[in-house]
Design a protein around this ligand. Structure first.
Ligand SMILES: Cc1ncc(COP(=O)(O)O)c(C=O)c1O
Length: 420
């Protein structure tokens, strides 16, 4: 039973009013969510879109089982990476012909980051964020070792100043618009402009931005970008990632993973690599078709949905979460880790608490799913396509009840599994 602290009734009324006025409310039906579950972990693994099971069934039984190898031509398998890439491009502000889907974020990151650095020969520095997701830092280091570059870790908020001070030395600045831990949002246009003013190229990791908020890749004149398909795009576990190569760099795109699908004439079976002239150069090898088909079907959940509307609702959800947390979690040991300013907030809210793990485990046991990042962050992601304000209130109210009652101190919630 939830306690009824002052304010809860008012919050319940507000949540109902906000949900009743939500122009995206009907989009929730495009997802298959389990009854009774509040799902606030779509920033790790998006919920299952209703269009996916039938698409995968068709891909397995008809396309693979019946049409067999003919599917490459008859069922559009060959074009799937670019077709799906363009569908993602629409969500991240990329005009057609600049985005390709396939492989993992780590692979796409390696391929595009190294190619970007090759476009700035003679420059010795690669800038990245000490708070960047680990794979981004590891791959930046690897690219640095391969090309003989110094990798300097500069926080996003200081990057423009370092770019100005090191103008002429920086080859690439590799950042994420949204901090994966705190949800802090950075100004993509300003940082891209600072990189260009220094003669450097700008590489963005959009894992926590694609499908979560408007990203104007073309508008900000980004050079390269990557992102994953399994978070806000809801493409499924291990869904293919995507890579964006701006039109102006495609001709000079000298990437290390010169797989045969990027060849100008893949079926000429030539013994040496002649790169395709367009974005198909960024293809690598045979894509994981079943996953790609699932991702393509998942993206139909965005049909007719403008990213501006997603952003409006996302800010309403995250703002409401912060408001509920202020009222209901006061005095229970939580501190806010996510900026209050909507302009500086992505689509997640993180709270700090010394008992973050058991609190998240106890919440999960009550059907409220978020996650934690060591050592002390509770993370809640808000996919505006399927999360409601009522979900937000229930999550915070349950968290209050757990923290106030000490329910999370039970031994069952102390053991950490491999994946947190
Ligand atoms: C910013 C960022 N980059 C990359 C990844 C993961 O890369 P991969 O899809 O290769 O596991 C994540 C995963 O959470 C991430 O948050």
């Amino acid at each position: 039973m939830l306690t009824d602290p002052a304010g809860l009734t008012g919050l319940t009324t507000r949540a109902a009013a906000l949900d009743a006025a939500d122009p995206l409310a009907a989009v929730r039906d495009r997802f298959l969510l389990p009854d009774g579950v509040v799902y606030l972990d779509g920033n790790s693994l998006g919920a299952l879109p209703a269009a996916v099971p039938a698409a995968v069934e068709d891909a397995v039984h008809r396309q693979w089982g019946t049409d067999l190898i003919r599917s490459w031509n008859a069922n559009g398998w060959w074009e799937a990476p670019v077709r799906t890439g363009d569908a993602i491009g629409r969500l991240v502000g990329a005009a057609p012909g600049q985005t390709v889907a396939g492989d993992s974020t780590s692979v796409q990151l390696f391929n595009t980051l190294l190619a970007a650095a090759r476009l700035r020969p003679g420059r010795r520095l690669l800038l990245t964020d000490p708070d960047h997701f680990p794979t981004d830092q590891y791959i930046a280091d690897s690219v640095g070792r391969l090309l003989g570059l110094d990798v300097r870790r500069v926080p996003a908020r200081d990057a423009a100043a370092v770019l100005a001070a090191e103008a002429g030395n920086v080859a690439v600045a590799a950042y994420a618009p949204v901090d994966y831990r705190t949800g802090e949002l950075y100004d993509m246009a300003a940082l891209t402009a600072a990189a260009h003013a220094a003669g450097a190229l700008m590489h963005w990791d959009l894992c926590h931005a694609a499908g979560a908020l408007p990203v104007g890749l073309d508008a900000v004149q980004a050079d390269f970008a990557v992102g994953c398909g399994y978070k806000y795009l809801s493409g499924g576990p291990g869904a293919p990632a995507f890579a964006y190569v701006a039109h102006r760099h495609q001709e000079g795109f000298d990437h290390p993973l010169t797989g045969w699908h990027g060849h100008a004439e893949p079926f000429a079976m030539a013994g040496t690599y002649t790169p395709a002239a367009d974005i198909t150069r960024a293809r690598i090898g045979t894509p994981a078709l079943l996953s790609l088909i699932a991702l393509e079907a998942a993206l139909t959940a965005f049909d007719g949905v403008e990213m501006a509307a997603v952003r409006t609702k996302s800010l309403s959800l995250t703002g409401f979460f912060q408001e509920c947390a202020d009222l209901l979690l006061d005095g229970l040991g939580f501190t806010a880790a996510t900026p209050r300013d909507p302009e500086r907030r992505g689509s997640q809210v993180a709270l700090r608490h010394p008992e973050a793990y058991p609190l998240v485990a106890a919440l999960t046991a009550r059907g409220v799913i978020g996650d934690m990042r060591a050592p002390d962050l509770l993370r809640f992601g808000f996919n505006a396509l399927y999360v409601t304000h009522a979900d937000v209130l229930r999550a915070v109210a349950e968290l209050r009840d757990i923290a106030a009652s000490g329910a999370h101190l039970a031994p069952a919630f102390q053991q950490r599994p491999t994946v947190t």
